[in-house]
Design a protein around this ligand. Structure first.
Ligand SMILES: [Zn+2]
Length: 416
């Protein structure tokens, strides 16, 4: 085999690229000096269409390639500009890298694959790049995937939710496929416009096939679903309904603590102290101490204990079971509105308009686990993505971890 053919394989270059020379530079980097095959047409880096040469651009430049053994490697070539009919003067496309990238396609692909499985420090260390760079590599790789992949042909049941990042100052809208729990789509903001982008991407025909949408009860979501999905039934996401009731319970506790402080009721304060998790947590997750605390509360403060039972009863509505739980829901609404606990009277008033949406949730057996689990995993990824300084990179990381797409390694078949 000729040397140049071996090097082409090593560096992931195709037959349209001519290797002029391999040198070992003073920094210990293997540099492949390459040029396009003579007579090959120049193309726009952004759209890939043929375009006449414009100027030299910034002259020669380098792209990092995958290491050769333990040595760094790079591809070096002229980087002229072309004059695209649509994009004007633009850096010409090269065959080994994405537009705007400083790394070869194989490098990008390998980093993206590893970012799916490894801790960020491992990825950055192994590839000798900053974590921020990993973010931009993933963003580019995932954008390519989005452009060619049709993920949405069989989507019938979706969940729409919003997640906050940057300390709750900014939001993303996430769309989940209920059939497999995977993230379908994520978009910036939390407005009708954001969600409109998803429905536009989904297309009119696929929108018409959506049968079920679960959401958090926000009006703007309901409006957009009504506008775009003529055959969809809206369900209230159980996770959100339960969170309203849990909030009501916490308000009761805080009010009682306040009252005990004002009346200097030390015994009551002692019982209510550290009671927060004892009443809020699911009973099967309570520690022994928390179980004792709950027993104390039952003796000492009937109001808080009734509030606790109301919360547990509401949670039970969404436990696995049949449609008889719709009856339980109706009973709960009566119980809460007559409880004389102001926070729960309010909660019942808030939930009643969604009675039919919750009934659909129960009829179609949507469970909490999916959205609740996803929320937790998204929070984790937001933490991991901090160093990216870019919301696009965070979105790429979410797609990578929670979406259907599994990146492959260069030169290997897709794995299970
Ligand atoms: Zn172009």
């Amino acid at each position: 085999m000729q040397d140049s053919r071996v090097w082409r394989l090593v560096l992931g270059l195709d037959s349209e690229t001519v290797i002029e020379k391999i040198v070992f530079d003073s920094d210990g980097v293997v540099v492949a000096r390459v040029r396009p095959r003579r007579g090959a047409p120049t193309r726009c880096g952004r759209c890939g269409r043929r375009a006449p040469r414009y100027d030299r651009g910034e002259g020669r430049r380098r792209w990092r390639a995958l290491d050769v053994g333990t040595l760094r490697a790079c591809i070096e070539a002229e980087s002229p500009r072309v004059n695209c009919a649509e994009h004007g003067p633009t850096v010409a496309a090269v065959r080994w890298a994405r537009h705007g990238a400083r790394h070869s396609r194989q490098f990008d692909q390998t980093v993206t694959w590893l970012a799916r499985y490894c801790a960020k420090r491992t990825v950055a260390f192994l590839f000798r790049v900053a974590w921020e760079t990993v973010g931009s590599i993933m963003t580019r790789a995932m954008a390519d995937v989005d452009a060619v992949r049709d993920r949405w042909d069989n989507v019938r049941r979706i969940g729409i939710d919003e997640v906050s990042y940057q300390k709750g100052h900014k939001y993303l809208v996430v769309v989940v496929n209920h059939a497999n729990g995977q993230l379908l789509w994520v978009g910036k903001g939390r407005t009708k416009k954001t969600l409109g982008e998803f429905f536009t991407a989904l297309g009119e025909q696929r929108c018409a096939r959506i049968a079920l949408v679960s959401a958090d009860g926000a009006d703007w979501i309901a409006d957009m679903v009504g506008l775009n999905c003529p055959n969809a039934e809206l369900c209230l996401d159980p996770f959100h309904a339960v969170s309203w009731v849990t909030e009501a319970l916490d308000k009761v506790r805080r009010r009682l603590v306040g009252e005990a402080r004002r009346t200097k009721n030390e015994a009551m304060l002692d019982t209510l102290n550290h009671a927060r998790w004892a009443v809020l947590k699911n009973p099967n997750r309570l520690t022994e101490r928390q179980q004792r605390k709950l027993a104390d509360i039952q003796h000492v403060n009937q109001q808080l204990y009734r509030a606790y039972l109301l919360k547990e009863q509401f949670r039970a509505i969404f436990a696995p079971g049949g449609e008889e739980r719709i009856l339980t829901l109706d009973e709960w609404l009566i119980w809460a509105s007559r409880s004389r606990i102001p926070e729960f009277v309010d909660a019942a008033r808030k939930i009643r308009p969604y009675r039919d949406d919750i009934a659909s949730t129960l009829t179609h057996r949507l469970t909490n686990a999916l959205v609740e689990g996803l929320n937790g995993r998204v929070r984790l990824l937001i933490n991991i993505a901090r160093g990216f300084r870019s919301v696009e990179a965070l979105m790429a990381l979410m797609q990578l971890h929670l979406g259907a797409y599994q990146p492959t390694l260069p030169g290997r078949p897709a794995h299970a």
